[in-house]
Design a protein around this ligand. Structure first.
Ligand SMILES: Nc1ncnc2c1ncn2[C@@H]1O[C@H](COP(=O)(O)OP(=O)(O)O)[C@@H](O)[C@H]1O
Ligand SMILES: [Mg+2]
Length: 378
């Protein structure tokens, strides 16, 4: 059993770099938690503070109801796997796996049993007598994971463990890690800068930027209801389109105006923007490329559609990416490859307003965040 609680944890390095600020997180037993964010946002620092490899500057770290700020790393019953595999080059795979048990004076027979079990779990039974330099990157990574799980730690910490592997192998290892988590039933904290990896692996994702937590949520909620502009742009591929706009009014109806275009808002958005005082204010529209409809009927014009001129098309298979400009900026809509698109000819599109996001142009907070939260919790 292992529960972890970080309360107002901060890290200021000696050079006065504030790497982690006021980090609050509760991790339940057997949870698979992901820390994700761009390089330098404080993911590794946080993980290393949990591991006891880095001093906590401020705040509290609790494990199973015990304050462990000053407990040494080796007494925290956790194991860590890094990006570079940290295997002993002169030892066989067998000895690499056995090492952490040997130094704890575990009886030989038991070591043998555990090495066999671990090797079978990770499908590396055939490699036990090889040395690390005779292994591929993926095999080395399995051995590194094996040597961490063999002592059955309460918490398993992984810092970008797959980033040295090629894309295909990364995909395979992701599936295996998810399986492994089920079989081991331990708590895993996993660090990555790759949002796809985070979305496919995690049940609880902590999105970080500049040392601060931006949002903690499931993949689905992060995608559908990002708390702010950063999360919206970081999560999801292809990236969300952002358009600077102004909320205007005519006959008590609200419109979004941008670059000589004007779209009429639906009742819900109309009501919300009135209620929150956004009339005549600047906002940023966020719309995912999949949430834009193209209007096939060339004659059709409606108050919520507008004209674009597609300037490039990339066929990906059943789907295609179509690019267009609004003002100086380039935008993307995903269409079916079958859809008729004539480049540089006028075309009507409509934003699916149920999926539209609106951000405050000053604070970059999601104006509709609470709305959606109450809607989805019903
Ligand atoms: N040992 C250190 N001394 C001083 N600054 C550090 C040290 N380690 C990391 N940093 C700084 O702390 C910030 C967070 O780094 P890190 O936790 O490694 O980020 P991430 O793992 O998200 O890429 C960065 O600005 C980095 O330069
Ligand atoms: Mg890092």
């Amino acid at each position: 059993m292992s529960k972890l609680l970080l309360k107002n944890v901060s890290k200021i390095y000696d050079n006065e770099i504030s790497a982690v600020r006021d980090f609050n997180l509760e991790i339940k037993d057997k949870e698979f938690v992901i820390f994700v964010g761009p390089s330098g946002c404080g993911k590794s620092t946080t993980l290393r503070m949990i591991a006891g490899l880095e001093e906590i500057s401020q705040g509290e770290l609790w494990m199973d109801g015990k304050l462990i700020n000053f407990i040494e790393s080796k007494d925290r019953n956790l194991a860590m796997v890094f990006q570079n595999y940290a295997l002993y080059p002169y030892m066989t795979v067998y000895d690499n796996l056995a090492f952490s048990l040997q130094i704890r004076n575990v009886p030989k027979k038991e070591i043998h049993k555990k090495v066999r079990e671990t090797a079978s779990l990770l499908q590396i039974e055939d490699l036990l007598w090889r040395k690390p330099n005779a292994l591929s990157g993926g095999q080395k990574q399995r051995v590194a994971i094996g040597s961490a799980i063999i002592r059955q730690p309460n918490i398993f910490l992984m810092d970008e463990p797959l980033s040295n592997l090629d894309a295909k192998l990364r995909g395979q290892m992701r599936v295996e890690l998810a399986k492994l988590h089920k079989e081991l039933s331990t708590t895993i904290i996993y660090v990555t800068h790759d949002q796809t990896e985070a979305m496919t692996l995690g049940t609880k994702i902590v999105v970080m930027k500049d040392g601060m937590i931006q949002q903690i949520a499931s993949p689905k909620i992060l995608y559908e209801n990002p708390r702010n502009l950063f999360v919206a742009g970081f999560i999801g591929t292809p990236t969300m389109n952002f358009i600077e706009a102004e909320v205007t009014t005519k006959n008590r109806r609200l419109y979004l105006e941008f670059n000589y275009k004007k779209i009429k808002l639906n009742d819900i958005l109309n009501h919300t923007l009135y209620a929150k005082g956004y009339v005549n204010e600047k906002v940023i529209i966020g719309i995912r490329p999949n949430d834009i409809e193209i209007i096939a009927d060339k004659e059709y014009k409606h108050a919520d559609t507008f004209t674009i001129y597609p300037n490039r098309r990339e066929i990906l298979g059943a789907q295609a990416n179509v690019y267009f400009d609004i003002g100086e900026k380039n935008y993307l809509v995903c269409v079916d490859t079958e859809d008729e698109i004539i480049l540089n000819e006028a075309m009507q599109i409509r934003f699916n307003q149920e999926k539209l996001h609106l951000f405050d142009a000053n604070t970059q907070e999601n104006i509709l965040y609470e709305n959606k939260n109450t809607r989805s919790s019903k």
